[in-house]
Design a protein around this ligand. Structure first.
Ligand code: NDP
Length: 482
């Protein structure tokens, strides 16, 4: 384990909202060394005291559920350096100290390249690591250029391209549930699975983040990284181990098997849209183009849906759809695996309903929709077994920081993997920039653009007549975290 972390961009939103609370969660779980030191670096003319007082107030706000002594311990381990991440002297000062350091680039993506170049000349001690936030590049060429810079600075094992979705317990559960249950893997293929939908619909609108989001949009912000990573966990071959090499090799296999869309296919199988004025949870939301800091000329989408195929033995014939949108009427964050209908129903058994497996990503849940004996003799009806998972001990950024400090790169993205993710979305970006896919609109607070593909079935509900067995199942079997 290493004891030193320098955060570049330490006065920013990511540090306040996730990195400081992540460190506090490690401290609360006894997973942070007593010798741990945090150096915050940014261009603001602050001193140690000012940074500590800011950090304390952010922890109060974003990690108020943790005990005061735990938060105080993180604050008192902190110091501050005023440094421009593009200035080699400033960088060298911020990482100076005894022993290896983890240099966390919580910076605007436009600064990553310059900061890596400056870090390369800073004389990082042996065993140090560089942590790079998302988005890793803004297209395939820029991601490849960042990879070349990193390769000239550190070995691949010392580079952490982080994706906090991979540190979410529920996301890891997608792979765990598949591989730890004898009954799942034999049916985990296109002979039995008709479609997989990976959906991250949120009711949150822009929330003042135009400086980051505008010009990036839903495809680069969500699909290119987080949701393709989930696709990898759904579709990968069973790895030999969960070690960094085995896990990442198998993920790269999936990405390489995604059939490249032709520009015409990209036009047919992708959608983009942005929200117009509406209401969400009783609040008026302006049109995206009227949000503070938005330049309508960027043509940024706040909703996207893309349909992919995986050209390999296991998956040819299964439809994979990935969707993400902002300012929608409800949060719906889920992986939905829809099985094919049974080949034959004996007469008298009624109409078959497809089995559906749902991994709820936020809130964390697992639901399996089956068909069983109904309320009336001889009648089959839908049964839903639901498990609501206990929240994990560590938040994703706590888990991710633990891996960085303990040199476990399994859940970070390897350089070739980052480039493969860009390869998958490049034809979509090309089709969009050629104007082949119209920018649609949807009112904030709605279900998304009109005619949105509705084949993601809504979860069954008791009101809809389904027989929900959740409570019985809870009592009997699944009180444990799955
Ligand atoms: P902010 O704009 O809130 O903060 C950026 C930080 O970088 C500030 O501390 C800023 O301080 C500093 N900074 C900017 N330019 C320089 C420079 N040249 N040298 C040194 N410091 C600099 O951004 P976020 O914190 O939101 O995002 C940071 C990174 O994290 C981005 O890559 C983002 O994509 C990623 N991310 C953010 C998430 C979030 O929810 N916020 C979620 C997931 C990823 P100053 O101007 O004083 O130098």
């Amino acid at each position: 384990m290493i004891d030193r972390l320098t955060i570049f961009g330490a006065t920013g939103d990511l540090t306040a909202r996730f990195l400081l609370p992540g460190l506090a969660s490690l401290r609360a779980s006894g997973l942070l060394s007593e010798r741990f030191q945090l150096t915050g670096a940014a261009r603001e003319d602050w001193d140690d005291e000012r940074f500590r007082s800011w950090a304390a107030s952010q922890l109060d706000h974003f990690a108020g559920h943790l005990p005061v002594p735990v938060r105080d311990a993180v604050v008192s381990a902190a110091s501050y350096r005023q440094a421009d991440a593009l200035d080699p002297r400033g960088i060298a000062d911020a990482v100076a100290g005894e022993g290896p350091v983890a240099a966390y680039l919580a910076l605007p993506p436009a600064v990553f390249g310059g900061a890596i170049t400056a870090l390369a000349g800073s004389g990082l001690p042996e065993g140090s690591r560089i942590v790079v936030e998302k988005p890793f590049g803004e297209d395939l060429a820029s991601a490849a250029a960042l990879n070349r810079l990193l390769a000239g600075t550190m070995s691949e094992q010392e580079v952490f391209r982080v994706d906090h979705f991979l540190a979410m317990t529920t996301v890891q559960n997608v792979l765990g549930f598949r591989l730890a249950n004898r009954m799942m893997e034999p049916v985990w293929n296109s002979s039995h699975i008709a479609s997989v939908d990976i959906v991250w619909d949120e009711s949150l609108a822009l929330e003042g983040r135009a400086s980051y989001y505008d010009g990036v949009g839903a495809l680069k912000d969500m699909v290119q990284n987080h949701l393709l990573q989930i696709l990898c966990l759904v579709a990968m071959e069973p790895p030999v181990s969960l070690g960094e090499r085995d896990l990442r090799d198998r993920k790269v296999d999936v990405l390489r098997s995604v059939r490249p869309l032709s520009v015409n296919e990209a036009a047919e199988r992708t959608r983009r849209a942005r929200y117009t004025a509406g209401r969400i949870n009783g609040h008026d939301i302006p049109s995206y183009v009227d949000e503070d800091g938005v330049d309508p000329g960027h043509g940024t989408e706040t909703f996207t849906e893309i349909q992919l195929e995986i050209d390999n033995w296991r998956w040819l014939g299964t439809r994979f759809r990935i969707r993400s949108g902002k300012a929608l009427g409800r949060d719906h964050k889920e992986v939905t695996v829809r099985f094919r209908d049974v080949p034959h129903m004996a007469s008298g058994l009624g109409v078959p309903a497809s089995n559906v497996l749902r991994f709820g990503l936020e809130p964390e849940s697992l639901a399996l929709e089956l068909t069983g004996v109904g309320a009336r003799v001889g009648e089959m009806s839908p049964l839903t077994m639901t498990a609501r998972m206990t929240p994990p001990g560590l938040p994703p950024y706590g888990h991710l920081l633990y891996d960085v400090l303990n040199h476990n790169a399994a859940l970070s993205i390897r350089g070739d993997e980052a480039e493969e993710c860009w390869r998958v979305v490049t034809p979509v970006l090309e089709a969009w920039s050629s104007g082949l896919v119209p920018m649609e609109e949807y009112p904030a607070g709605s279900d998304g653009p009109a005619g949105r593909n509705r084949s993601v079935p809504a979860p069954r509900s008791a009101e809809a007549g389904a027989r929900v067995l959740a409570d019985q199942v809870h009592d009997g079997v699944d009180q444990r975290q799955v």
